[in-house]
Design a protein around this ligand. Sequence first.
Ligand code: NAD
Length: 514
Amino acid sequence: MSPLKDALLTTLRARVCSSTSDTYTTTEVFTGGDLTTLPESSVTDVQTAYERASRAQRSWAALPVSERLAVFHRFHKLLLRERETMADLLQAETGKARRDAFEELCEPALVTSYYLRTAPGLLRPRRRAGLLPGAITVRELRQPKGVVGIISPWNYPFALSFGDLVPALIAGNGVVLKPDSQTALSPLFGVELLYRAGLPVDLLQVVLGDGPVIGGAVVDTCDYIGFTGSSRTGALIAAQAGARLVGCSLELGGKNPMIVLDDADVAATARSAVRGCFANAGQLCLSLERIYVPDALFDQFSAAFVDEIGRLKQAGGYDYGADVGSLTSQRALKTVSEHVDDARAKGATVLTGGRPRPDLGPYFYEPTVLTDVTPDMLCHRAETFGPVVSLYPYASEDDAVALANDTEFGLNASVHGGDLARASAVASRLRAGTANVNDGYASAFGSTDAPMGGMGASGLGRRHGVEGLLRYTEVQAVAINRFDMLNPPKWLPYGVFSRLMALSLRAMKALRLR
Ligand code: NAD
């Protein structure tokens, strides 16, 4: 049974911006029973949330960056102190293994400490070269967008909302957050921790409800949208934001490849692939769903990989005993079962797994490895978003790169090899926003100084790094005209002035001044 305390649930419920009496019930994923009841917001509540955040944002943006950051120093401490409660909430509403819950809460901690270090430098006004040296000086300012709408999915509900909203707040914005309805408790607890850390309560608002209706209202009101979710929804949001001329960043789906090079350490690669494919039961946008193996190593790698998978413990439970947890919903279980059943029916070979595990809980599905997968099978190109990976043999390095790049997605990739320079050269040929050498995903994703995001159908914009903060700002150039040298004095004919100006343009170019 869920270890969640009623008092905490009551506090979290009160954090939802809702004026209606409508409620809905979420599921405790390990058992399929009821977890809690949460209030639903209306479209009017979204407007109210926006207005509250917008009022609070003006005073927040006027604070020195150091005062804003003080809140996040305290938040970081509180988050690590309250990590077990956060892990309980995450497990109860997603069914993930506790190690996946712990890894999830590390992301907002890393993002917070990264921007605590870098935000003062990134948000500082910068001098830019003015049009005429000495006469015109220019400063580049970073102004907040206003109120940022953050719309997040169910697979990493805390990491993917807080990893994005922390930099938005640090940059001086207000935020309206719309998490997925099933997985709102962990972001609500994050909000509670931020309030305890001293964030002005109105500045960060949470609305809950149907994706197209309430999420749609967020896109219709906010000044910038940070969206994480499916490519299908991302395209709708981009169109909706575009119609309002409001910017957005989109973190979308993937069909991520791994290439095993012929000099790879097979045993180490098999171990790494297990985490790369089955972390969070494969419900990770960065998960590897395709592995390309040299013909000569195919049997050896397949055997080592299946052997490693055999050692995994799949179970429910609010402790660190399991390596792999549950899928989060009946819908996820249906997609995963459909992909595997379709592949099997069309002639794929199931090397291991390939079935649900109702004996463990209603949505568990075994880590599954397929071979002989052909283009007519669903799992060949479409994102499965579950614990299913296909192994493909390849003949040459160029073939492997072409096969890995044969997808509309471009989120994450992995290359394993003994010669790091060669592996890294192969990685740089892959069309993916992040590419990891000798790892599945965590090396690039955990390196918060590096940008993370997708190419092609995997998204627009980047989280983490410089872009992860600056996307939430409008850049403004403030120019001061110290002596008016842009217009001729009254006594000077314009023809003469233009000759003088042409001379000075030539001179400034020769002297590399402008
Ligand atoms: P989804 O697109 O169905 O929903 C994501 C969020 O958008 C939810 O909060 C949902 O309520 C809301 N929403 C749905 N329709 C909307 C609309 N028309 N307007 C506004 N909001 C709307 O995605 P999902 O099934 O929750 O998440 C799984 C997908 O997310 C997978 O494709 C996965 O790869 C992707 N994902 C990407 C990343 C990344 O960083 N690139 C991370 C995690 C998940």
